[in-house]
Write a new protein. Sequence first.
Length: 130
Amino acid sequence: MNRVLTFTVAISLGLFLNKNPKLLKEWNVLEIAITSIPLLIYSFFFFVKKLDNNKDKKYIYFNSGFFIYTLCSTLIFSLGNIGTRTLKLYVWNMNSFLYLLFQILIFVEWYKNFRPPLNLTFKNKPRTNR
């Protein structure tokens, strides 16, 4: 089913762009929606599944950052054809900040779940005279 859906979406997008070639040179909201909305849906379902499971919280920070960044950047990129230059610069700066937040959440995920534990136990070993 996934292959059929992927093939159908790719062919539909190809036909759409073939009939509207001018959209290749500007922001295309349809392309943004086709690529981002499935990612947001999968991320949301993953988030709900992880919240229901109280034991396993791995990837919750990564998924939270991914969801926030993808949702906001989808909305930001949807505004690509609208607005003045100053508004666009503000939007791009906001996107950069959200990307930084996403990277911080990836680091937090690594730190909490994947970093090697520190072994700080020092045992008194007897000295040997040489």
